[in-house]
Ligand binder design. Structure first.
Ligand code: TUI
Length: 309
């Protein structure tokens, strides 16, 4: 099963790093690709020039395949989509929307296109539109989330499409990887575990917040306005959820979160910033290199499968 994704993407291990906004820069992504996984640059809300520079650095720091994640709510999405085609990015993943309008151009440029989906309906639509695989992302994930859990979403998507399915949400070690394969996934996408990697450039306080997090330390903001975002609990989330409950307007709520992710990642403001992380943060206990993380996951899963036999 896992050979499918390795062959499709030209990688050694079916471990794909999540394209996290502000977090997944070339430093992290090249380390993951060089370690045999698939590193992905996260576009998030950044502009076209920033993306172009990231791609330039990525090409200078790895000869292995890599990807770029286009967050579809980005105001410059059209321009960035065209840049990805021109730069012949090997793998393009998308988030927070339907990338149908870019599919033909990206396929023509030779990219493998792998949309992130949070429902069976979008997975099927993406298969019809020509996607090479889908990433089925459960609500355990950090950042912008859907409603279904990884445990329920992955097998349902697997049964309803013919293309490979990559599982995401709540996976950070060998057990999670092995479980995803048992659900029928051909590989995994991992975010939170890689935030606490040596090569990741997020502020030390952000990594510390993940390493100190316990099982129930995450909250979902934005449920009321239709853009649910999972983050670690802090003063900002307490204030946000209080205001949301009191029926605050969208403008007022947005003022609290606008630029809040960048504030946490770059400035290390983990008190008023938005510390996006998945529910599995509680499992992450120390900073490691990307190579160590991947090795531990892959060889650990091999052991799990051989002891099960
Ligand atoms: O995209 C993500 N996670 C993200 S994006 C992000 S940056 C951001 N910052 C502030 C506000 C909003 C975003 C942080 N985390 N994951 C992939 C994902 N996509 N999860 C869920 C979805 C999704 C949800 C609904 C995809 C499609 C969809 O509907 C498609 C449609 O029919 O329009």
């Amino acid at each position: 099963m896992t050979g499918l994704i390795n062959e499709l993407l030209g990688i050694r291990y079916p471990v794909i790093q999540g394209g996290m906004a502000w977090v997944a820069t070339w430093e992290l992504s090249s380390a993951v690709s060089n370690a045999g996984g698939l590193g992905i640059i996260g576009v998030g809300g950044a502009d076209t020039d920033w993306v172009a520079e990231q791609i330039r650095q990525m090409k200078a720091h790895t000869d292995r395949p890599f990807g770029v994640n286009l967050m579809l709510m980005n105001p410059q999405a059209d321009e960035i989509a065209e840049l990805l085609a021109e730069e012949q990015i090997p793998v393009i993943t998308t988030g927070a929307g339907n990338p149908g309008r870019y599919m033909a151009r990206w396929k023509e440029a030779g990219a493998k296109v792998i949309p992130v989906v949070a429902s069976v309906a979008l997975a099927r639509m993406m298969e019809k539109a020509g996607a090479d695989a889908v990433i089925a992302e459960g609500t355990e994930s950090g950042g912008h989330i859907g409603a279904a859990t990884t445990m329920t979403l992955v097998p349902q998507v697997v049964d309803m499409v013919h293309i490979p399915v990559i599982a995401a949400g709540g996976i950070a070690d060998a057990r999670g990887f092995a479980a995803a394969l048992m659900l029928g996934a051909s590989g995994v996408q991992i975010g939170t575990r890689f935030v606490a990697s040596k090569e990741c450039i997020v502020h030390e306080k952000y990594k510390e917040k993940i390493i100190r997090a316990k099982d129930i330390d995450s909250e979902v903001t934005g449920l009321a306005n239709g853009h649910p975002i999972r983050v670690l609990r802090n003063k900002m989330t307490r204030e946000y959820l209080r205001m949301e409950k009191e029926g605050a307007g969208l403008d007022e709520l947005e003022r609290l979160t606008l630029g809040a992710l960048r504030k946490a990642v770059v400035e290390g403001d983990v008190v008023y910033g938005s510390v996006m992380a998945g529910q599995i943060a509680g499992l992450v206990k120390e900073e490691k290199t990307c190579a160590e993380i991947i090795e531990e996951i892959v060889s650990g899963a091999k052991q799990l499968f051989s002891s099960a036999r």
